[in-house]
Design a binder for this molecule. Structure first.
Ligand code: TYD
Length: 136
């Protein structure tokens, strides 16, 4: 199952007897935007993170180690995604509320983003997000 503006994609894995390699390139089938920023979240605990949406930001989330879950909500429908393999890519487009949770001890969640950090692009209040989405 997927919701509008969110999808899971499996990246190509280049594997041989030495191990696996995954290469992600901007403006590719896997990453349909220019990458202006990469950040990663690690040393997490039981605290949920996220609790925001972006008005103009595309992202790809990938657990390069361990696992976590992502709750996505576009104000009309919600879906939970499990990232538990470095080849699993979660694309999140504009106007999607997200929360990250259930981090494994070894979780490293890497995010590729289409824009540099801009706090003005965030909607950090859930009621504001729903009003924005429903045009109130
Ligand atoms: P925050 O939005 O709370 O993280 P999460 O979405 O995981 O809950 O960000 C934590 C802090 O880091 C906050 O002060 C903003 C800052 N930050 C940056 O400076 N650059 C970035 O690229 C990101 C994602 C956050």
């Amino acid at each position: 199952m997927s919701i509008c503006n969110v999808f899971i994609k499996n990246s190509k894995v280049i594997g041989d007897n030495r191990g696996n390699l995954i290469s992600l390139e901007q403006l590719s089938e896997e990453v349909p935007f220019n990458i202006q920023r990469v950040y990663y979240i690690y040393n997490t605990n039981e605290e949920r993170r996220g609790f925001h949406a972006h008005k103009d930001l595309q992202q790809i989330l990938v657990c390069v180690s361990g696992s976590c879950k992502i709750h996505c909500d576009n104000a009309f429908e919600t879906e939970e995604y499990t990232l538990d393999d470095p080849s699993k890519l979660l694309y999140i487009g504009n106007d999607v509320w997200r929360e990250m949770y259930d981090f494994s001890k070894d979780c490293v969640l890497m995010v590729l983003a289409s824009k540099v950090y801009n706090e003005d692009d965030y909607i950090r209040n859930y009621n504001d997000f729903v009003s924005y989405r429903k045009g109130d």
